[in-house]
Write a protein that binds this ligand. Structure first.
Ligand SMILES: *Cc1c(COP(=O)(O)O)cnc(C)c1O
Length: 399
């Protein structure tokens, strides 16, 4: 059969794992939750075999569980990777992948505007991890190349980044890394496997916070690592098992069912965001809008080349600064003031008064977190309703 489309993959991929449990007719259509910590054996020989060769059976849920494995096979298919590992959180995936790639520490070249917890992990935990990181403006591939050292083992990327939606040229970064013998990792949370296929562009390891678009409903904390079979096996039998960031069967099950509608949701997030970005770009209270789908985005051409849909995240700068930002979020009706993203609901945050309020204003300005900056995770509601809600909240500020 020819390669299946994304929507078909999202619904059916991974279900072959069920056959290992039950090959007969009457198999549940909806993959069930194996909500158990351990598995029973009928003989000492079978038990010994399962311990010696994990392919032959399940032993203990921290080592593997059918519900987790259905999800993992689905993720591998969707990202076009050889194998995948589901984890307890996005940070669980990121730390497990870094510990696997850098078992004895080493040098990392990372994008400077990373997700804040990833930045903390690389910047403040190096004593524990033996990892040294050089942060660079990875929108410029030459800056990555200049930062490489003989002991550089990992190039760590996000694209689009949070919250300024900067892009890295994934193909060019992969080429530089391959020439240097370094591993490339990308946090693909903002783009999802529908919006971007990093492995096809030469990236080695793809990471996700499945808390966001993949599960899609804001019901779970979960993460994933996708890559070569050898890397995933090493992560699974090493850092994941020993540091223990294992996904629960229930969260794996919720995520599994969330993913079945991902391609449909992605299309809708993209359509809604395009309309809202266009509305905001002409609004008199707005200084500028950053969205990869807008011609005004400095890397719009790269986004067109590298992405399939521009996603649901929009960042804007309000002319009125911090007080306007605070008033905007206070006047929203159904759009919610909340961190996180990729939810069915539209979520809005104002970093200067919330997530970044403890960061000194000077540092905030240096990293582009200006006082009037607002981040919108455009949801699945009707676009005209989201526009009306934003419009009424912005109205008092229109000159
Ligand atoms: C949320 C997020 C993470 C962290 O994921 P958790 O599931 O909260 O651990 C990492 N990277 C990005 C880009 C995120 O948005």
């Amino acid at each position: 059969m020819k390669k299946l489309g994304k929507s078909t993959q999202a619904i059916h991929a991974g279900e072959a794992a069920l056959a290992r449990i039950n090959e007969k007719s009457g198999t549940p259509l909806l993959p069930p939750i194996y909500q158990n910590s351990t598995f029973r054996f009928t003989s000492a020989e079978e038990c010994a075999e399962a311990f010696a060769n994990e392919e032959s059976g399940y032993v203990y849920t921290r080592w593997g569980n059918p519900t987790q494995q259905i999800l993992e096979q689905k993720l591998a298919v969707l990202e076009g990777g050889e194998a995948a590992l589901a984890t307890a959180s996005g940070m669980g995936a990121i730390s497990t992948a870094l510990l696997t790639a850098l078992p004895k520490g080493g040098h990392v070249v990372a994008m400077e505007t990373l997700y804040s917890a990833t930045h903390h992990l690389l910047n403040e935990e190096p004593g524990h991890l033996g990892i040294e990181t050089t942060f660079v403006d990875a929108t410029d591939v030459n800056a990555i190349e200049r930062a490489l050292r003989p002991d550089t083992k990992v190039i760590y990327l996000e694209s689009p980044t949070n919250p300024l939606l900067k892009l890295a040229d994934l193909g060019a970064c992969a080429e530089i890394a391959q020439a240097h013998g370094a591993l490339t990792m990308i946090d693909n949370t903002f783009a999802t496997p529908c919006g971007q296929q990093p492995i096809a562009l030469g990236i080695d390891v793809v990471l996700h916070s499945m808390t966001k678009y993949l599960s899609g409903n804001g019901a779970v904390i979960a993460g994933a690592i996708i890559g070569k079979k050898q890397f995933i096996e090493q992560a699974k039998t090493g850092a994941l098992r020993n540091f223990g960031a294992v996904i629960s069967p229930f969260n794996a099950w919720l995520t599994l069912h969330g993913i079945t509608t991902l391609p449909l949701r992605w299309t809708r997030h993209c359509e809604n965001a395009a309309r809202i970005a266009a509305f905001l770009e002409t609004h008199p209270a707005v200084a500028w809008v950053r969205y990869p789908g807008l011609h005004s985005h400095p890397q719009h051409e790269l986004a067109q080349r590298q992405m399939d849909g521009f996603g649901g995240m929009i960042t804007l700068e309000l002319k009125g600064g911090r007080s306007t930002g605070e008033q905007l979020v206070n006047q929203l009706q159904f759009c919610a003031l909340a961190v996180s993203l990729g939810d069915a609901r539209t979520l809005i945050c104002h970093p200067a008064s919330t997530t970044h309020s403890l960061v000194p204003p000077e540092i905030r300005r240096q990293t582009g977190i200006t006082d009037g900056l607002v981040r919108i995770s455009v949801g699945l509601e009707d676009a005209e309703d989201i526009i009306a809600d934003l419009g009424q909240a912005l109205a008092p500020h229109s000159p």
